[in-house]
Design a protein around this ligand. Structure first.
Ligand SMILES: [Fe+2]
Length: 283
């Protein structure tokens, strides 16, 4: 099966710009790409920072854009979101017994658990004891493969400014999942606006670029400033099988020429490359 990992859409209301670009337009382009290039996806998940200011106009604009998707969309909240405003426009969104935006989805190959790591009006993440209890219960009620989705990573990623606002008390979070860690097949997160892949205490993880703006790859920053940039947005195409999770990062706005790499020598590919060289495009 296939699903799409979008993150950090940062929608603003009334067609305003954010860092010089239109987040709703960027999401619209992502949705067009999903509908045309990945129409066989089973669902789309957005791992938080759905909006930039958490205001009604932004959630209204987000709802309007998401209407175009033919598949179900699972919405996770991030530090830029406001849960009461979010619920006004998405009354059917996930909700646990305490009102946190948490829920699960059983697929053919894994149970997906969507976590709420937000603290109101704070950029850092948190996973409190109430939320941990929900997660432990979900993990104990199912003994098959698990996928985790959350906005804040429960670990540092080597970018000091972002590590300052990761999930606080990652050891407590790990304690909540450690007895099931061996069957957590992957952890998807957002927040960092970068393509990041790795492994945390045996659990593989990935983050995608946002659909609007990005965080610069600034691992040497000693001032803990957070530098943004306008690198290409992307979403993740996740292929899920019984024994494998495969993630492709798709820069959906890029319009690169395509050519056959498997053409016989002297065929399409060679003549294309030769042509580019003479135009000064490749050297
Ligand atoms: Fe974000």
């Amino acid at each position: 099966m296939k699903f799409i990992h979008l993150t950090d859409t940062h929608i603003v209301g009334n067609s305003r710009l954010l860092y010089g670009i239109n987040p709703a337009q960027r999401l619209r382009e992502a949705i067009t790409s999903i509908k045309t290039e990945n129409a066989d996806a089973d669902f789309v998940v957005i791992t938080g920072d759905l909006t930039h200011w958490g205001d009604d106009a932004a959630y209204k604009a987000l709802a309007k854009e998401l209407e175009r998707l033919a598949v179900s969309v699972i919405l996770v909240v991030g530090n830029h979101d406001d849960t009461p405003a979010f619920r006004t426009f998405f009354p059917d969104a996930m909700r646990d017994e305490h009102g946190f935006v948490q829920g699960s989805l059983q697929t053919d190959f894994a149970k997906c658990l969507f976590l709420d790591t937000t603290i109101p009006r704070t950029d850092q993440g948190m996973y409190c004891e109430k939320r941990q209890a929900w997660l432990k219960d979900e993990l104990e009620r199912y003994n098959g493969p698990i996928l985790l989705f959350m906005h804040h990573p429960p670990f540092s990623v080597g970018i000091p400014g972002m590590d300052e606002i990761m999930l606080e008390d990652s050891n407590a979070f790990y304690d909540a999942i450690k007895s099931h860690a061996g069957r957590i097949r992957h952890l998807f997160f957002g927040h960092v606006h970068r393509p990041i892949f790795g492994n945390w205490r045996g659990i593989s993880f990935s983050c995608m670029r946002g659909t609007n703006h990005q965080v610069a790859c600034d691992t040497l920053n000693s001032t803990k400033n957070i530098l943004g940039n306008l690198e290409e947005p992307a979403y993740g195409i996740v292929l899920l099988e019984e024994d494998q999770v495969t993630i492709h990062m798709h820069e959906y706005r890029k319009r690169s020429p395509e050519f056959r790499l498997d053409a016989p020598e002297g065929g399409d590919a060679r003549s294309y490359m030769f042509g580019m060289r003479h135009e000064g495009g490749i050297d």
